[in-house]
Every structure is written in structure tokens, then in C-alpha cells.
Design a protein around this ligand. Sequence first.
Ligand SMILES: O=C(O)CCC(=O)C(=O)O
Length: 266
Amino acid sequence: MTLEQALRRMDTDGFLVVDDVVPSGEVSAVRESIRETTQRHQNPNAPLHIGHVSGVIRYDRSLAPYLANPRVLDIVCALLGPHVRISFTTATINEPGNVRSGWHADWPFNQQNAGHLPAPYPDVVMHLTTIWMLSSFSDDNGSTLIVPGSHRFPSNPTGNNGVAPMAVLTGEKRACGQAGSVLIMDSRLWHATAPNTTSEPRVAVVVRYAPWWLDLSVLRPDSPERSYMERVTGKKDNQVPLLTADGFASLPEDVKPLFQHWVETG
Ligand SMILES: O=C(O)CCC(=O)C(=O)O
């Protein structure tokens, strides 16, 4: 797919899958590393049968060598402009037996977060969600549910927009791909977790890319903006741990610019 074709797909559908970003000979090592790290750092508040580690790059840098892959980053930069930053790295494992989640759009469009753009939000690409498939995503193992074209809607079901979050929607689809592929979606796209009815975990890392001008401070542990916004809205927000200075120093040179804003100091 050319860059022009990819941008057309993002404009009309709001998502696409880029194949073979993590080479087939390397993906199983990354998958096993992320599984082990998730066992060690599991979020105790995650839904049942969901492995979840926010800011997994702090604990595990096995995916780092691939995060600046030009086949992904050229699309990201064409949509968000130069000087993009990574806002989230979240290990996300659908273990067998997990259940379907509600339809949502991602931060900052999820109306349940302390930091959100109130709906109706403008029709502008402001944040991208990428799901790095470390297992193959199939129809029965919890491949992401998506609603093509919903990125152009001015709201989403997290904001009482008249669509029940658990509704089965005409036009909903599954985003499938081989292990090593990357699903790129506009963060406004309506999506949901799907049940894994197989006996093997579906392993992924959700990496989000932000333009340099998008304020991420509400996500920062202990930031004044975070405590203020949570207090005045009465809502919670995602918390993304910082990289340690040593962890940052160990990143590949082409990946460092994506994380230099999110490193512990002192
Ligand atoms: O893991 C998935 O397939 C979807 C994850 C998701 O909905 C999210 O991280 O916002």
C-alpha cells in the first residue's frame, strides 16, 4: 500500500492494518517477553481475564526496536505532523474467557476520562491508536471490534450519544491480521474488546501516538494538572508511568525522540 492509499483509507475508514512490521522470526520472542512482563506488573484493577500494564515500555523494551518503523511512522507523521510523541504503551492481553467491552473512542475522546475533548468534538485527526499484534488476531481469539467510518462521528457511546455501549452494531467488523501486524486507527474510531473463545491468549501492545502540541500532562503520575482535573471533574484518568533514565538511554536512537518527553528526572 502506498502512503497515499494509506491516507485515503484512514480518511474514509479510520483504520488500516500494516503487515509484517515485527518480522515473523522475531515476533514470538516479543510476545513471550510481554506475557512475562504482564504477569509481573499486572494492573490489579483490570477487567477479568484481561492482562493490562500501563506504560509497559518502562518495564519491557522488547518492542522498542520496531516503534519507529517507517511503514508505521510515515503514516503517523503524515496524519499528525512532525515531532510526534508516544503517549501510551499498554500491554493488553485477552486471556481465554474474557468478555466483550463497551464501544468507546480512546483518550482524549473518551468522555469518561478527566481529560477529554467534550463532544461534539471537531473532525480533526488529533491522536492515533495502534495495536501491535503479537499473536495473530483472528475472528475467534479477540481481534479488536471496530466500526469503520465512525471516526468522523462527533461523539461516541462513552458520552450518552444514544448508542448503547454494549449494542451489537450493523457494520461492526473485526480487525484481523498475522502476528507482527499493526492496526492503525484514528483514536476517535469506535472500538471494543472482543471475547477470546480459544484456549490461547491474544497478546498485544497498544501504542498511541500524539502530535507535539497535544497536552499529555493529565496522564503523568503526580502532575498538578492530573490532580486538579481529577478533582474538579470527579472523573479518573489513565496514568502512564515514566521511563527511567537508564531505560530511556537503552532505547534505539531513532526511538528516543518518541519518548524524550516521558522520562524520570532527578
Ligand atoms: O485489545 C483490544 O482489542 C482493544 C483494546 C482497547 O479497546 C483499548 O485499548 O482502548
